[in-house]
Design a protein around this ligand. Structure first.
Ligand code: NAP
Ligand code: MG
Length: 464
């Protein structure tokens, strides 16, 4: 695979300060496909300096011009969608159709949405005798995960650039090639030098140096709760803004009046997509007691369509594979009933996990509380709506969820009582303009749409 042997800093590919490298592995066949440099504090410092130097000019660039550059970026991402999809398939293992439609397709939509928002957003407002200016926050340090390697980058970089901020990105070590393609796209779109910078490297080295750097005004992080806590503490010590998009353990609540077959089929698809590596996946299915066995049977039938190596890709790396298989063993040890899948490897090569469904899961079990990040669904039973709500809200997380009922009003009434940032009503479709982010330990801040743009702004009030 094509790879740059350098960092994208100040509008150019520059050699890294050190000699360390990252091996990029294709998780479907375990072959090394490329090497990229592993940056350190020196590279981060050079990138932050470039971003600082570019900030005043970009912040002063009229929003219409920023919008034009973002529209150009959207155009490049659209033109190179095929190449992006192939790269995501190679380094994440995503099946080609998913890679094309979601991994490469969604970022085009999100970049386009910020081209429009940059042009239309009210960066000034009147409040009584004041004019309130919404000004860019400064230099953004963005740290992203591998699960949606381009989407997670664009969901931070596009609103930051729309707001007038400049950016240093540290992408996940597992998916640096997609990030390098993004840097090429930024270059091709004609963004001024230093407005966007890329440092590939390992989290505890390059990521930490970026979060700690005095020249960074806002750290935007997506990933695990464990690392998110550290980032939050670092940002607190430096009095920096911080945005954290962390894990989830979302509930798919099927109320008694729901179309059970549809709710189960969509629920299974939601968990199996991207091999279960989706922070907002509805990994707990809540079913009324009197329809429980029917739902379990429907789920077993639905999951059979998800064949590893065909519709389901591998997990991203060997560590995630071991982690997910460990959770499956824990589910068995704690007494859950295995309906499909299990801990055994379904294929000889590649980091594949068998799509797994557990029944008789109780709310206190580990598999009902912790984020597994693999193709594993837990089906729980409830007696009445109040119990369903207690179970749905009974984790430390609150990122997403779903409610199914005979009519939308009934489902929406239940959704209002859920402690979570997003709820899909009767299979409502994804909206790239709706705010995305967590209640409770699922995070701090919101991404996407106008709410996502506001995260990169600070206010100044002028009194007249
Ligand atoms: P992670 O370690 O939190 O990785 C996220 C990003 O943070 C990566 O770029 C990572 O770099 C970087 N990072 C790691 N340690 C850091 C540090 N000390 N300071 C600054 N940056 C640091 O997540 P992971 O290990 O890849 O995945 C573990 C679990 O996290 C998953 O099983 C899942 O539960 C959860 N997760 C959640 C999301 C989400 O969308 N909310 C996404 C991915 C994973 P490296 O790539 O070099 O580690
Ligand atoms: Mg990590």
């Amino acid at each position: 695979m094509k790879a740059h042997d350098g960092m994208y800093i100040d509008g150019d590919w520059r050699p890294a300060a050190g000699t360390g490298t990252i091996e990029v592995v294709n998780p479907a066949d375990e072959q090394v496909i490329a090497h990229v440099p592993a940056g350190g504090a020196e590279d981060v410092d050079a990138a932050v300096r470039a971003a600082r130097a570019a900030f005043p000019g970009w912040a002063a660039t009229p929003p219409a011009e920023r919008a034009a550059r973002l529209a150009a970026l959207r155009g490049v991402l659209a033109a190179r969608q095929g190449e992006i999809a192939e790269t995501v398939t190679a380094e994440l293992g995503a099946p080609p159709q998913l890679a094309q439609a979601v991994h490469a397709g969604l970022p085009v939509v999100v970049a386009g949405s910020y081209a429009e928002l940059a042009a239309s957003y009210a960066f000034e407002e009147k409040v009584g005798n004041s004019t309130v200016l919404h000004e860019p926050l400064g230099v953004v340090g963005a740290i992203t995960p591998w699960n949606y390697p381009l989407h997670q980058v664009v969901a931070k970089v596009a609103p930051a650039l729309a707001a007038g901020c400049t950016v240093v990105l540290k992408p996940a070590e597992d998916t640096p090639l997609t990030a390098q393609l993004f840097a090429e796209a930024v270059h091709e779109a004609g963004l001024p030098a230093g407005v966007f910078n890329l440092v590939t490297g390992f989290g505890p080295v390059a990521g930490q140096a970026l979060a700690e750097h005095e020249g960074v005004d806002l750290v935007s992080f997506t990933g695990s709760t464990a690392v998110g806590r550290k980032i939050g503490a670092i940002a607190g010590a430096g009095v920096k803004r911080v945005a954290l998009e962390l894990g989830g353990k979302s509930a798919n609540v099927i109320l008694p009046s729901a179309d059970l077959a549809k709710a189960v089929a969509v629920g299974v698809a939601n968990v199996m997509a991207n091999s279960g590596q989706t922070c907002s996946a509805w990994t707990r299915m809540l079913v009324p007691a009197d329809r429980y066995e029917e739902a379990v049977g429907l789920a077993a039938t639905a999951v059979a369509k998800y064949v590893p190596g065909e519709r389901v890709g591998p997990l991203v790396n060997a560590r995630q594979l071991e982690r997910v298989r460990g959770y499956i063993r824990t589910g068995l040890d704690e007494g859950a009933r295995l309906v499909a899948g299990g801990p055994d490897a379904p294929l000889e090569t590649g980091y594949y996990v068998a799509p797994t469904v557990f029944a008789d899961v109780t709310p206190g079990m580990t598999i009902a509380q912790e984020e597994i990040f693999g193709p594993v669904l837990s089906i729980l039973k409830y007696e009445d709506e109040d119990e369903a709500l207690r179970i749905a809200n009974g984790t430390v997380y609150g990122l997403a969820g779903a409610v199914w009922a005979g009519d939308e009003a009934e489902a929406a009434a239940f959704a209002r009582r859920m402690d979570t940032g997003q709820v899909d009503i009767n299979g409502g479709r994804f909206n790239p303009l709706a705010p995305f982010g967590g209640y409770k330990q699922s995070g701090v801040g919101r991404e996407l749409g106008a709410h996502g743009l506001a995260e990169y702004l600070q206010t100044k009030s002028l009194q007249f």
